[in-house]
Ligand binder design. Structure first.
Ligand code: G3H
Length: 482
């Protein structure tokens, strides 16, 4: 309702992955708390959103595109005043390095600016008239209604805003639930939201997902779900809607992106890209390389160089100069990753880098596990952490079969020198995944490129301009021309 209240109800503590010694024992530091809304309070936020949208008749959905852009510009201006605070919280809440935290903030601002430019272009196109078979028509883009946006902990600002901002700017009202890890950094932006948008247009709800998101979905009043996170949670959310066929979904889910290193690959480049691809932000990216196939003729040389490069990655606090490996924010993550390693060991694989998989407090030394094969959990499960499974292949059909039969279908990286060979593989691969990277790691950017996945990896496509289309419906005003 446009008011930020001081919260006196129940709260949940936020424990940082940064530990300190208390009586000789290292413990996560408490860095703040967030309110735990009740079901009734979450539904009040939904009421506010529905009032603001008012079945498409509210001031926000009927406002001109130029005016809505002005509101978003005002928000972006205010948001930038909070850069230092948000960057600091990114480091403390999720352990992201200083350069990557700054990049996440700046990339988000740039995304908003690009979105505004893309909307101006789209609006120019939409206001044109088309004459066809004696009918004169204007094709417009109209909002969907109330959108629920939920982003992931690994990009709590950027990935949330890549759905929230397009949803808003297209005239929808938004309910936004921040991720539990990466929740505090949204606090400094609340005033900017309140001051930049009409009451009820953007509503932030804090709390336990099951307690507050279930009732929102079950209400049947959510028109679109923008969710980036696990496939399991996405399935639960979708099923909660009483009329799933009426729910538009924009989902960014799990992935198990593979690298395929061919015999003639430039070894130094392949190693460099695979280390970055597998271990940037401790491997906690949906786009991370999560399985590496190397031709058997070069696998020993590859592993030697790869392990050497992994051994040189600097571990430390997010703000330390040149640091690459940082504390893991998820409480039981190291335990889960150790289980995956043990399972692979039982199947005959081993950790091939010195000290790989060692855990100290919230730190885990990256583990390179070889040879990983079918039947091991690491072969098919998305590890989302600093464990790198490697397999050798003699026949290209082996990695191709892996990609084809995977439950996921986001991206692949191909490393090789022969243009003919690469070209032969690209065609079958584009029918399995949504991006084939040649001699480079998998990644989302540049953000103007379409970002999606097949199978359990995504639903709908995001990019600066695709996101605008996703959060609107095309409507037609048509008249018989004379
Ligand atoms: O977690 C998934 C992100 O969209 C990955 O983005 O490739 O830019 O790190 P990125």
């Amino acid at each position: 309702d446009g008011v930020i209240r001081e919260w006196t109800g129940p709260q949940e503590d936020v424990a940082s992955p940064i530990c300190r010694s208390i009586d000789g024992v290292f413990r996560r530091m408490r860095i703040g708390s967030f309110p735990l809304l009740t079901e009734a309070q979450a539904l009040e936020a939904l009421d506010a959103a529905c009032r603001a949208y008012d079945h498409g008749r509210g001031p926000w959905p009927t406002m001109s595109v130029e005016e809505r852009i002005r509101h978003v510009e005002a928000f972006t201006f205010r948001m930038q005043e909070q850069r230092e605070e948000v960057v600091k919280l990114l480091m403390w809440e999720i352990g992201k390095t200083l350069p990557d935290s700054e990049k996440e903030f700046d990339r988000t601002v740039e995304y908003i600016r690009d979105t505004i430019d893309a909307l101006k272009d789209l609006d120019r196109l939409s206001s044109r008239f088309v004459i066809e078979q004696g009918v004169i028509a204007q094709i417009r883009r109209a909002p969907l209604g109330v959108v629920l946006c939920m982003g992931p902990y690994n990009y709590p600002l950027n990935e949330t805003f890549t759905t929230l901002i397009p949803a808003l700017i297209m005239g929808n009202a938004v309910i936004f639930k921040p991720p539990k890890l990466g929740v505090l950094l949204h606090r400094p932006l609340l005033e900017a939201f309140r001051d930049s948008f009409p009451a009820g247009v953007i509503n932030t709800v804090y709390g336990d997902g099951q307690e507050i998101v279930g009732p929102l979905m079950r209400s049947g009043r959510i028109d679109a779900l923008a969710f980036i996170g696990s496939s399991r949670v996405a399935d639960i959310l979708k099923k909660q809607h009483p009329k799933p066929h009426r729910l538009r979904c924009i989902l960014g889910l799990e992935a198990k992106n593979a690298a395929i290193v061919l015999k003639d690959a430039d070894m130094d480049n392949a190693v460099k890209e695979c280390v970055l691809g597998a271990l940037s932000f401790n491997g906690q990216r949906c786009t991370a390389l999560k399985m590496i196939f190397v031709h058997e003729g070069i696998v020993d040389a590859f592993l030697a160089k790869f392990c050497d490069a992994v051994g040189r990655l600097k571990g430390g606090m997010p703000w330390d100069e040149g640091v690459q490996i940082t504390p893991l924010p998820e409480v039981d993550k190291a335990k889960y990753l150790k289980e995956l390693i043990e399972d692979a060991r039982a199947g005959g694989a081993r950790v091939v880098n010195p000290n790989g998989g060692a855990v100290e407090n919230t730190f885990m030394t990256p583990a390179v596990v070889y040879p990983v094969g079918p039947g091991m959990r690491l072969y098919s499960e998305e590890q989302f952490g600093p464990v790198v499974p490697v397999a050798a292949f003699s026949d290209i059909e082996e990695p191709m079969k892996y990609v084809t039969e995977s439950d996921y279908g986001q991206q692949v990286s191909l490393f090789g020198s022969s243009a003919e060979c690469i070209a032969d593989l690209v065609d079958p691969l584009v029918n399995q995944v949504c991006r084939v990277n040649i001699n480079s790691q998998c990644q989302r950017g540049p953000d103007v490129f379409p970002f999606t996945g097949r199978k359990d990896s995504a639903e709908g496509t995001l990019s600066v301009s695709d996101a605008l289309r996703v959060f609107a419906i095309r409507t037609l005003v048509a008249a018989k021309g004379t």
